[in-house]
Structures are given as C-alpha cells and as structure tokens.
Write a protein that binds this ligand. Sequence first.
Ligand code: FPP
Length: 244
Amino acid sequence: MNNHAGSAAMPRHVAIIMDGNGRWAHARGLPRSAGHRKGVEALRRAVRAAGEMGIKYLTIFSFSSENWSRPPAEVSFLLDLMRHFVRQDVAELHRENVRIRIIGERSGLAPDIVTLIAETEERTRANTGLTLVVAFNYGSRQEIAKAARDLALAVKEGRIAPETITPELLGSHLATEGIPDPDLLIRTSGEQRLSNYLLWQCAYTEFVFVDEYWPDFNRETMQRAIAEYLTRERRFGGLTAQSA
Ligand code: FPP
C-alpha cells in the first residue's frame, strides 16, 4: 500500500509545461521571440512563487528534443535565451539557496552551453532550498531508451542479472535519479497532452490544465492549480478509506 494515498497535501514536486508563448505573441501582433522573452519573466515568477509556497522541486520543460525541428532562427533564439537565463539569473537563484539541476541530452549541444550547465549545477549543488530542474534538450522516450541501453550493457557485461531489473532499478538510471516523482503537472495554453515529458515519472501525477498562455502565468495561476490539486483524491491504484 502506498503511504501517500488519500487526500492530497501540498505538492512536494510540481512539473510545468510552459506552453503558448507563440500564441501569446501572435495575439498581440508580435514576433514569437517576444512571447519567449515574456516567457522568461513568467518563469521567474513561477520559481519565486514555488519557493515561497514551500514547494521543494519545480521541473520546467524549457527545450524538448523535438524543438530542434522549429525554424533555425527560433531554435537559436531559444538557445540564446537559455544562455542568457543561466548567465543572468543563476547568481540570484544561488543567493536564494536554489539548487539547479539540468536534465536532458548533452551530446550535440554547443560546448559553451555544456560548460554553463556543468558550472551551474556545480555552483548550486550544496543549496538546500527549492530544487529547480530544467529539462533542456529533454525527451522522455530518449531518456527511457538510454536507461534501457545502460541496463542492457550491464547485463551483457555480467554486472547484473536480468531478473534484477525492477521499476526502481530502471528509475535509478533516469536523469531524474534522486528526485521524487511529480505530484502535480501543470500545462498552460489549454493543450492537454504530455508531449514526451516525464512519461515514466508521471505515472501517478495529477494533471491540471490551465487556459492562460505561459507569458501570463503568475502566482495566482499557480495558486489556482494547487487549489485544484488539493481537491483530488490520490489513490495510487489502491482504495481510499471511503471506498474500502
Ligand atoms: C512553448 O511555447 C514554449 C517553448 C517551446 C519554450 C519555453 C521557453 C521559455 C518559456 C523561456 C525559456 C526559458 C529558458 C530557461 C530557456 P510555444 O512556442 O510552443 O508556443 P505556441 O504553442 O503558442 O506556439
């Protein structure tokens, strides 16, 4: 039986799919890049709100493995935004005791970004406040396939027996190793799908979809999503006291 079953307490881990930057810009006759810029401001608000609400882990989808298929100018704008965000915001996040982890595929990224990622993780490693997990060049199927390759190799080399491969062992080979599964996933802009985000980790996550485009996300949006989450009854596949 899962000890966490029953009425939901404040979520420990919130994952967000920040969607709708382009539509926000389009609605105002602005270029998509303007929406992404405003999206960074919304991200700052989300991080601050999460920290103040006592959330321990906030995972954000900043660039997916599939985003490379966007026009090259938009891809390079998003990559520059990431560079800028890291350079501009990490010092302050560090002062606020935020630990930053960046998950996703590093091979194929520009060397300066790989260095920035490594420096950021190293610098904030000992912080004990909010953990901000940035999914960057991340795709969940790719992550699971990599875990499967690692385990296959371990079997081939005789380091483990196939029978020892459990969900826990596979989970420990994912990029999110050591991070609890999300309790709540919020997607903005009215879209209702996972888009290759944390497929394994969201097995029992509660989903809340909000209509606002990401650039309009603020503390009130977060509070509303959490209020909705708090009405949910989490059963983790079991029964609750009322239905038993
Ligand atoms: C979705 O909007 C947003 C993205 C693909 C990028 C998310 C990035 C940010 C919010 C800012 C960057 C933050 C960091 C840390 C780099 P969309 O472009 O899919 O919008 P649309 O669906 O309306 O076209």
